[in-house]
Write a protein that binds this ligand. Structure first.
Ligand code: ATP
Ligand code: MG
Ligand code: MG
Length: 557
């Protein structure tokens, strides 16, 4: 497989190993909340966590952080597992769920209450927020902060039993309302949510907050390095504080998890917030989570991205300690690079016009041999039918062509790739529309590819498909979904204001007959046009291709 660039997380882990921390073990985790489909940002985190496991001979857990039943669903649990596997990774043991740890978390919360480190607050969320203070001014202590341990234990148990409505009570950690770190100002530990959970039903009506859940989940699983994005750096003291509290009075454990932060992936021309992605789906702006224009893993897959190209992208992006924006052109270049090696070259004409070879015998069909991939000899060659009438691309012909136009025009000679050289003798134009309706040529029988002795220079080489043998295919020409570099960070504007109206154009192409057998997700280079893959809805009766990426970066022209 690919070699992974070394990064600062490796250095941190190397230090831990040198000090023989955690008995030399390395166990990471990927902890998605099942409230949406995975996107390319998650893919980056997946590649990072699993490659750490590979590098150090450890493991990586897949854990669903299912602590908020309101937004979560099994549909997401299933798609996430599919996507992680597709990216090429195997998690350690069984899939883990935070909801499996709720009993243990509850016990630890009780321990904190007993140790005077947590209390039940009757105030509303708004009230509590208003008392938080500012970074420069201390917050105000809650009037409920000094409840007795007995009262707190009783109230917390009654919260669990469902005696209170949502918002009536919360459990808070008792830390320091004057801390310079806002997250240490008596953060919430539990809230009341009366809603069925997708996995454990109505067993619980109190749910732990991220901060009280995450570090403890890591600890339960024996995670050694808990890798997360930079916005959690300010949570790290709290992450450690909660671990100190649950370990208070316990023997020193064999492993203790440690949080390390890295910069999240941001891509230009892309949104990555699950809320916004959901909005695109719900408003019908895209055809679903796996629409080929979505930055989701399932969308990229349907678009024709390979797992290798995404892993390679993640590695090229690297692991940084400061936020930045990556050019989406880098992602596109990764798939181009991969498909250049893998994709069979085929002939497909996306905007066809007929070319008639007047001196080629009517009814004659000749099979010409063409190689499948010049980058990979082992892919061999195939036979392509050639006949008197072929389709070529409309823009490969110009009536008044400039000198440097190495394609077809009156009196010009080009090679039909893999077949013969043809010279344009005439053309037919629609009098009303001005559209070219037919191009007439003669061919030189002495110029057959592979067998020619003709030495004159023929610069232009065109792809073509025999009219008689051509198969119709729906081709979906996808382009970027947004026409603004930073669609989600514009003042007074919504990301929906920057939807590219030309992000999808559907055309009917004429493709070579071998493509009739193509299967969903098969990938091809339509010669001189771009890389395409067979859509999941394609059948041999109705072929559908998605454009993965153009051959060359055409965006910035
Ligand atoms: P959102 O805020 O849109 O809901 P999230 O980050 O909360 O996204 P999670 O399901 O909690 O989504 O993410 C799972 C893991 O993926 C986390 O460890 C998170 O740090 C990581 N992750 C999410 N987005 C990115 C990103 N853009 N770049 C790198 N890692 C990411
Ligand atoms: Mg989230
Ligand atoms: Mg998150």
């Amino acid at each position: 497989p690919e070699t992974v660039k070394t990064n600062f997380i490796h250095q941190e882990i190397d230090k831990d190993l040198a000090e023989n921390k955690n008995g030399g073990a390395v166990l990471t985790r990927f902890p998605p909340e099942p409230n949406g489909y995975l996107h390319i940002g998650h893919a980056k985190s997946i590649c990072l966590n699993f490659s750490l496991a590979q590098k150090y001979g450890g493991g990586c857990n897949l854990r669903f952080d299912d602590t908020n039943p309101v937004k979560e669903d099994v549909e997401y649990v299933d798609s996430i597992q599919e996507d992680v596997k597709w990216l090429g990774f195997n998690w350690e043991g069984e899939v883990k769920f935070a909801s499996d740890y709720f009993d243990q978390l509850y016990e630890w919360a009780v321990k904190l209450i007993k140790n005077g480190k947590a209390y039940v607050d009757d105030q509303s969320a708004e009230k509590i927020a208003a008392q938080k203070g500012t970074p420069t001014e201390p917050g105000t202590e809650s009037p409920f902060r000094n409840r007795s341990v007995e009262e707190n234990l009783d109230l917390f148990e009654r919260m669990k039993k469902g005696e209170f409505a949502a918002g009536e009570k919360v459990l808070r950690a008792k830390i320091d309302m004057a801390s310079s770190n806002m997250h240490m100002r008596d953060p919430l530990m539990y809230r009341i949510i009366h809603q069925s959970h997708h996995r454990i039903g109505d067993k619980w009506c109190i749910y732990p907050m991220y901060d009280f859940a995450h570090g403890q989940e890591d600890f339960i699983e024996g995670i050694t390095h808990s890798i997360c994005t930079l916005e959690f750096e300010v949570h790290r003291p709290l992450y450690n504080w909660f671990l100190d509290q649950i370990l208070d009075g316990e023997p020193v454990p064999e492993r203790r998890t440690r949080q390390i932060e890295f910069a999240r992936l941001n891509l230009n021309y892309t949104v990555m917030s699950k809320r916004k992605l959901l909005e695109l789906v719900q408003k019908g702006i895209v055809a679903g989570w796996d629409d080929p224009r979505m930055p989701t893993v399932s969308g990229l897959r349907r678009r024709g991205y390979t797992p290798e190209s995404i892993r390679n992208f993640a590695d090229k992006v690297g692991v940084a300690r400061r936020d930045g924006v990556i050019d989406v052109a880098l992602l596109e270049s990764c798939i181009r690079e991969d498909l250049n090696k893998k994709a069979s070259r085929v002939n497909a004409v996306v905007d066809p016009v007929k070319l008639i070879i007047t001196n080629y015998p009517e009814g004659q069909v000749e099979m010409v041999d063409v190689i499948n991939n010049p980058e990979d000899e082992s892919k061999g060659s195939r036979q392509l039918p050639f006949s008197r009438e072929v389709y070529i691309e409309r823009d490969d012909f110009m009536e008044d062509a400039p000198k440097k136009f190495f394609r077809l025009g009156p009196g010009r000679e080009v090679r039909l790739k893999g077949a013969y050289a043809v010279t344009c003798t005439d053309f037919k134009k629609n009098a009303e529309t001005g559209e070219i309706e037919g191009i007439y040529c003669t061919y030189d029988p002495e110029t057959k590819s592979g067998a020619t002795t003709v030495t004159r220079k023929i610069k232009g080489i065109l792809h073509w498909v025999s009219v008689e043998h051509a198969v119709d295919a729906e081709v979906r020409m996808y382009d970027r979904l947004y026409n603004h570099e930073a669609p989600s960070s514009q003042k007074d504007a919504d990301h929906l204001d920057f939807i590219n109206p030309d992000s999808l154009k559907i055309v009917t192409a004429k493709v070579e007959p071998s493509l009739k057998d193509a299967k969903p997700l098969d990938q091809f280079q339509f010669q001189r046009v771009g890389y395409f893959c067979v859509d999941k809805d394609s059948t041999s009766d109705k072929l559908i291709f998605n454009r993965t990426v153009a051959l060359k970066d055409s965006w910035s022209k």
